[in-house]
Design a protein. Structure first.
Lengths: 295, 162
């Protein structure tokens, strides 16, 4: 039955400045957005804050905007369900809508936020690896102003981000995708479909007029505390025409370099095997879309 | 310090106090006696605690009661209109989509939200949406049949419900 959560104070800032101020003054005080991940930790007694700063009443953090040539701006409080159903994302960044649609179940997608899933810094998450593949950047606000952090540099360790005390994430930016970019996100689960990923692979590909791969991104989630960009596998693709053997080669490089952690959803050796399988499959799936583009 | 929560609950404006460390499922059951909302797994996986918040499904076991402030909350108790069951309720009953009944409110609310957002949901979309609700009794087939039958009934009657 319901475990009792330890008492804490719930604060309701009406601005980012006020929120940052309270957080900076007391490091036993943490932010809460959707609250799904934190509620579990609170109920288990793993998280015992003196106070929580609710980000829900702060105006201007919940939006999704796209400017042609400039890219996406997503407010940190935008829900993962919002990402899932966005026609804008389906048209311009389908890989992001797709990854968001695979997160947990419909309830957690409705309750949780893009800022929350980033700041939770759980290595078994679907959206962060895709944001790394998309070269996304983040805006973090504090009493001193706003600074930019590349998503690829956002993770410092398990459940640990680059946010400083007194900082909150306020926006995610995704650059414009070069014309002809295709991609896919594959989520491999060892539990039910609603489970967190054991291994997730995000792939982006773009071909030149000759049909050779001109750009590639391969990012693996679930194997390290942070999304793992497999630069060597990407490099092996460049200048080559897409083919099954090329993708096997790239997947083999990922397999070679993978040094996964073990967790409840897979042992290190199993995850390594799955890296091989799913990097190859993701490349094949993405490349099928290339054929469509080329013709 | 207590939180003052003003929300619409099953169509009725409510104002109540809750401690920050109370979850919505606790308040709905203990304060409002809405026993159709159950805490089962406690981690948002099983769906027995499903409520609709502004029309969208939420795990009330993972929602601070304070977060209901300003929202419209619906539980299964809020579905009947003038004493008439909602088509989803009728069809779960008629199609045998309910056995012990424990998961049923959660399924009904999830299905209601789905039919609202995706009236033409394909089989695959329906499975995906409902994959967050677990049933240990029925084997799911009759649940899906119930939702299909309810969809047909909602279309046929042009039902405008809660």
């Amino acid at each position: 039955m319901s475990s009792l959560i330890r008492k804490f104070e719930l604060l309701h800032p009406d601005s980012v400045e006020q929120a940052c101020g309270w957080l900076a003054e007391n490091d036993e005080c943490r932010p809460i957005a959707g609250g799904t991940a934190l509620a579990i930790l609170l109920k288990q007694g793993l998280f015992r804050p003196e106070a929580l700063v609710s980000l829900r009443d702060i105006p201007g953090l919940n939006y999704l905007e796209h400017k042609a040539g400039k890219g996406l701006r997503i407010g940190a409080m935008f829900s993962q369900h919002g990402l899932e159903i966005s026609d804008l994302l389906k048209a311009h960044y389908p890989i992001l809508a797709s990854a968001a649609s695979k997160v947990g179940n419909i309830r957690v997608r409705c309750q949780s936020t893009i800022g929350g899933t980033l700041c939770e810094a759980d290595h078994q998450a679907d959206v962060p690896p895709v944001l790394v593949a998309l070269d996304a950047t983040l805006s973090a606000a504090s009493r001193n102003g706003i600074r930019q952090i590349a998503v690829a540099e956002f993770y410092r360790g398990h459940y640990e981000t680059a946010l400083e005390p007194g900082e909150i994430l306020i926006e995610v930016q995704v650059p414009e995708l070069a014309t002809g970019t295709v991609g896919t996100y594959l989520k491999h689960v060892t539990g039910p479909i609603t489970d967190r990923p054991c291994v997730g692979v995000a792939v982006l590909l773009r071909a030149d007029e000759g049909g050779r791969i001109a750009a590639a991104r391969i990012v693996v989630g679930g194997v390290s505390y942070q999304p793992w960009r497999v630069a060597a596998a990407e490099a092996a693709l460049l200048g080559e025409p897409p083919s099954a053997s090329l993708f096997e080669k790239a997947a083999a490089i990922a397999y070679e370099q993978a040094d996964p952690l073990s967790d409840l959803r897979g042992s290190a050796w199993y995850k390594r095997e799955m890296v091989n399988v799913f990097v190859r499959r993701a490349l094949e799936e993405a490349a099928e879309q290339l054929t469509g583009v080329q013709s | 310090m207590k939180e003052l929560i003003r929300c619409k609950l099953n169509g009725v404006q409510q104002e109540f106090e809750a401690a920050p460390n109370e979850t919505l499922v606790q308040v709905l059951r203990e304060r409002f006696h809405l026993l159709g909302v159950r805490e089962s797994c406690g981690v948002g996986v099983c769906g027995a605690c499903t409520v609709l918040v502004d029309g969208l499904p939420a795990s009330s076991c993972l929602m601070l009661a304070a977060f209901a402030d300003g929202c419209s909350i619906q539980t299964v108790e809020g579905l009947p209109q003038q004493g008439e069951l909602h088509p989803l309720q009728t069809e779960f009953w008629h199609k045998g989509g309910t056995q012990c009944g424990y998961c049923t409110p959660g399924f009904i609310l999830s299905a209601k939200a789905m039919l609202q957002e995706m009236p033409e949901a394909t089989d695959e979309q329906m499975l995906e949406w409902l994959s967050g609700n677990i049933c240990r009794c029925t084997g799911y087939t009759r649940i899906l049949e119930a939702v299909e039958a309810a969809r047909a009934e909602l279309k046929r009657t042009g039902y405008v419900g809660a």
